[in-house]
Design a protein around this ligand. Structure first.
Ligand SMILES: [Zn+2]
Length: 314
């Protein structure tokens, strides 16, 4: 009886847990499958305003500026992003071979690793801030923080840019601004875009975020890093911005402003307050880190002083 009862119990438990497990598995698959499938799908491109398109993925931002004399691509993402960008251009009815100029917000692999491949595929010229040339041409090896660990395929720079310089193509102009700190030659790009009787001041801002492990004080590989960051925050606060864009989609809230399938509407990206907030947030973090480093330095100096006057116990 006991045995039969045990077997019955065991069977029920087996069937019960089996069914439950099966259901759980089915539910889990039901949840995961669409996610897995959508992860394989390429993030759709979109028109931001006038001749400016977003051709990156849901994180790594890439922008295409279309002019009658060819196109300008800002940021390529990783190497794997290049065929994705190619596919997005196709969706929009554009062609890779029309890209004449390549720009980058900063030479870290998540934005610049695809530049060499993109250059080869398009024959476009790479323009970059003077202070970023080395980093691009060494594939990131000269980066003050990552060094060789951030390596990406090196890309030859055809024209060095300076703060405030204009890049012109097909009657359209983009102004490049030197906003150093995150890298020595980080750049933001400003342009005016006319659409349906309105002119939008667009800014693709390279925010002054600090990567973990960065020293703001006594950084032998980048002695003036703290001053550079400070200068960047000041300069960014003075720049006008209606449409606020960045190197990463999340930094300007792409998916909060637009969802796949949404209609074209440049106004959805107008966010001057969001821009100011983003710059201020970066600055607050910078000031906090600077203060922490100063406090730590002071504590160390106090400790040394203390050590000098205290007899050693051991
Ligand atoms: Zn970076």
């Amino acid at each position: 009886m006991g045995e039969i009862g045990d077997v019955g119990q065991l069977t029920r438990r087996l069937f019960g847990s089996g069914t439950l497990f099966g259901m759980r598995r089915a539910l889990l698959l039901g949840f995961l499958l669409p996610l897995l499938l959508s992860a394989q799908k390429i993030f759709p491109p979109l028109r931001i305003a006038g001749n400016l398109y977003y051709v990156g993925d849901n994180d790594l931002a890439s922008y295409l500026v279309v002019t009658p004399k060819g196109d300008i691509l800002i940021n390529t993402g990783f190497e794997y992003s290049v065929p994705e960008i190619q596919s997005r251009l196709k969706t929009l009815g554009f062609h890779l071979k029309d890209i004449k100029i390549l720009l980058v917000t900063h030479a870290h692999s998540d934005h610049a690793a695809g530049e060499a491949r993109m250059k080869k595929l398009t024959g476009a010229k790479m323009f970059a801030m003077q202070e970023e040339v080395d980093l691009l041409q060494t594939g990131g090896k000269t980066d003050y923080l990552f060094g060789s660990s951030g390596w990406f395929p090196p890309v030859k720079v055809d024209r060095a840019l300076h703060d405030g310089e204009k890049i012109e193509l097909g009657g359209f102009a983009i102004t490049a601004y030197h906003h150093p700190g995150h890298t020595k030659g980080s750049a933001s790009y400003a342009m005016e875009i006319a659409d349906a009787g309105r002119t939008y001041r667009v800014l693709i801002a390279n925010l002054g975020n600090i990567n973990e492990g960065t020293a703001l004080l006594h950084n032998p590989k980048y002695p003036k890093i703290a001053q550079d960051y400070a200068r960047t925050f000041q300069a960014q606060k003075e720049l006008p911005c209606d449409i606020f864009l960045t190197s990463h989609a999340g930094q300007f809230g792409l998916l909060a402003k637009w969802r796949p399938g949404d209609a074209y509407d440049p106004d959805r990206f107008v966010d001057p307050a969001g821009y100011v907030r983003a710059v201020e947030r970066s600055e607050v973090r910078y000031l906090r880190q600077l203060q922490e480093e100063r406090d730590e330095e002071q504590a160390w100096k106090d400790h040394l002083k203390f050590k000098d006057v205290t007899p050693q116990k051991f």
